[in-house]
Each structure stands twice: as C-alpha cells, then as structure tokens.
Design a protein around this ligand. Structure first.
Ligand code: C6P
Length: 402
C-alpha cells in the first residue's frame, strides 16, 4: 500500500522518510491526487450553474462525493451533510448558527479537558458572551473521561461538546453512552470526529449524536474540505452561517429566503477539487475497509507501546489498552526537551509532532509544558516503530540522558 503514497518514497536527510505525524495531517494516495488533477485538467467548471458538458461532469462528481460521505458515516440523508473547510469551521458553524440562537444566559455547556482548542475555545467564548455556564469534565488516572463527573455535569446541560478521540491521549470516548445520558437530559451533543473518522468505522445514527464534525485532510483527502453532519430538524432550525450565492432560494430588495439543506449552509463557490478529492479518499478507505484499518493500527499501536515502554525514562501519556485508544502516542523522555528530540529525529528522516498539540488546557491539567507525539496510519509499518525507537535511543546518547 505504501507505494500508493508518492511522498513516502522521498529520502529525508539521506534516510528513508518515516512519517509519524498523521494525526496532524495524513499523506495522500495517488488516487486522491489524480482525482483532483483530473478535475483541473479535464472538467474544471463551476458546479450547479452551467448547462454545458464539463459543468455537468463537475456537478455529477461533486454530488457523488456527498453521497459517498453520507454512506460512509451512515447519515439518513445527503441534506444532513454540510461541506465546510474542516473540523474547526464545522464546530464554529454550530457555535454561530445553533449556539448564538439557542444558548441563553444561565444555560449549561459541557465539554472536556481533553478537547482540541477547536472544540473548546468556541464554547468558552460563547459562554462568556452569553453568560452561559461553562463546565469542563476531567480525566481519571487511565486518561479516560471521569464518568461520574461527566454524568453529574451533564445534568441540566443544554449542549455537550465532546471529542470522539483525543489527539493527545489517543483515548476513544464512549460517545454512544454520552449521547444517551445527554439526550435523557434533553441536551444536544456535538461530537468532534477529527481523529476518529480516519481510523475506525463511524455510524452517526448508531452514536445518535446531533452534530458530528470532521476534516478531509486527516483521512487521506485534501486540506480545505471538511464536513458537518447534523440531524435534519436541527439544521432546519438554525440560521445560515454565511450569506451569498447558492445559499438563497430568492433575493428581493427587502428580503431573502434560504435555499434548502444542505445548500443553506454552503454560500459561494465551493472547493470543488477538494470535494472530489474527499470522495476519492473515501473510496480508497472503503476499498481497504475501516475495520481492517483499525486492526492494522491496533497491532502497530500495541507494538509501539511495547517498544517505547522498554526505553528507560520514557513515559507514555495515555492508556496502554489498545482497545480503548488510537495510534496517536504522546510521550515524554525525561531530560530531553520534545523540540530537541524532534530535531534529532528529523536528522534521521523521522517526522513527529511536538508542543501542546492545540490542547493547552489538557497540558495544564497534566502539568506538562510540551510533549512529543508519534501517530500512525494505514501506511506505517513495524519498521517505522523500530526506526523511532532506535532514534530515541540515539538521542538519549547524544544528550547524555540515562
Ligand atoms: N488536530 C493535530 O496535530 P482542523 O485543523 O480543523 O482540520 O482540525 C482541528 C482538530 C479538531 N479536533 C481534533 C481532535 C483535532 O485533532 C484537530 C486537529 C491536529 O492534532 C492539528 S492541530
């Protein structure tokens, strides 16, 4: 499969390229690159506007991608699939179009300490603007959400915003159970699926979430395209996010009327090549099978945890139970700053991420300044883990750390 990813054939600093930063963005297979190239080369035209051949071809491919997304997450209808720029924009859309309309002073918004800033800051800001109560659920010693705190805080909540899987801890949250508790309390649930959808099967109807947000670029697709899934009745109750072309059905000097779903939320010319690229990415993932992808990553994660645990003074910040986590492994090597470690790994052709991974509240909670993170995807192999471990040991030698 690695041969489908041209970038992985590169040499970096004279070494084979070992890409361990797929939680930040995944690499793209030829099939996705070629689908986008084909659009620009052979049928570049705006969609839903022209009655000429290439515009019809572009519209057909564009619409086909929405149907692929709908089937991929098992939504009820294509009207529930809104294209956005990515997870961040999807969540901001909900904050502005649903939150600003329905959240009032004294209402309770519940989120968690393991959120990415994208699913934390919008709610913190909405609470501060409206006078709503902002509650944050903590984690236990196994790096899982504290369930009793969660149940207590959800009581009386109007919105629960929770990540499906943490980009730092790798923890997979029991979102189905959270939706059940939240709905028993009449709360709306938004699930941040940025880190889950690339790695295992997602069924939004089984989860029963009200909103589900994700990005194309972490699931083999291009940047600049993401999705907001929302239950139809909720989307219908919301105001538009942006105003302009395509999102209207009628415009008069004194008033306008909105287009039907999903177009009500898609103002302006959409990112057509990116939508087509996302469709190709979904086809690629489906051809392999999401269950098979999960199995491969579980095996790799297990191996990585086993090998990293053998390194003296290497602390894994996350659960060691692979059934409950993803292959994004955050760790700390006592005595080496993560940035220094990453620079040395780069010399060996290995790419990892360091810093707070856009999860500062979690780092503060865990009393950590910065951490290192290696994250795996379908194209990684055990030999990539071996290269990582060998290079960490090399870095320890260079820095004189035991
Ligand atoms: N996390 C990481 O290295 P965007 O940037 O909109 O595509 O995705 C934001 C986002 C939201 N939620 C979670 C759980 C995420 O992990 C991310 C993106 C990357 O961890 C880049 S900061």
């Amino acid at each position: 499969m690695k041969k489908d990813f041209p970038i992985l054939e590169r040499k970096i600093n004279g070494h084979d390229f070992v890409y361990l930063d797929s939680a930040a963005t995944s690499q793209k297979p030829r099939q996705v690159i070629e689908a986008m190239n084909d659009y620009y080369t052979n049928y570049n035209a705006n969609v839903h506007r022209g009655v000429y051949k290439i515009s019809e071809e572009a519209s057909e491919k564009y619409d086909d991608a929405r149907s692929k997304v709908k089937n991929f997450i098992n939504a009820s209808s294509e009207q529930e699939i809104i294209y956005t720029k990515g997870t961040t924009e999807s969540i901001n859309l909900v904050m502005r179009s649903w939150g600003e309309k329905f959240i009032k002073k004294g209402d309770k918004i519940v989120t968690t300490i393991m959120e990415h800033h994208s699913n934390f800051v919008p709610w913190q800001q909405l609470a501060s603007k409206t006078g709503a109560i902002f509650e944050v659920v903590g984690i236990n010693k196994n790096y899982e959400l504290d369930e009793s705190e969660l149940e207590r805080k959800i009581k009386g909540a109007k919105l629960v915003a929770v990540t499906h899987a943490s980009n730092v801890l790798g923890t997979i949250n029991p979102v189905e159970k959270i939706c059940k508790i939240a709905h028993d309390n009449d709360a709306v649930v938004l699930v941040d699926g940025a880190q889950s959808i690339p790695h295992f099967p997602v069924d939004v109807r089984k989860i029963d979430c009200d909103f589900f947000a994700f990005s194309g670029h972490k699931m083999l697709g291009p940047t600049g395209i993401g999705v907001l899934y929302g239950k139809k009745e909720l989307l219908e109750s919301m105001d538009p996010f942006n105003y302009g072309g395509d999102m209207i059905s009628e415009v008069h000097v004194d008033k306008s009327e909105w287009n039907k779903l999903p177009y009500k939320f898609e103002a302006g010319t959409p990112p057509i090549a990116e939508v087509i690229g996302l469709g190709a990415a979904i086809s690629y993932l489906e051809k392999i099978g999401m269950k098979k992808i999960r199995e491969h990553e579980k095996e790799l994660t297990n191996y990585a945890i086993e090998m990293l645990s053998k390194i003296k003074n290497c602390k894994i910040i996350g659960s060691v139970d692979v059934d409950k986590r993803l292959g994004a492994i955050t760790f700390d090597i006592a005595g080496i700053h993560p940035h220094d470690l990453a620079s040395l790994l780069n010399e060996k052709g290995i790419a990892i991420r360091t810093g707070h991974h856009c999860a500062m509240p979690l780092h503060e909670y865990l009393k950590l300044n910065a951490t290192a993170r290696a994250s795996f995807y379908i194209y990684n192999e055990k030999k990539d883990v071996d290269a990582l471990v060998d290079s960490i040991n090399y870095a320890k030698k260079i820095f004189g750390v035991k």
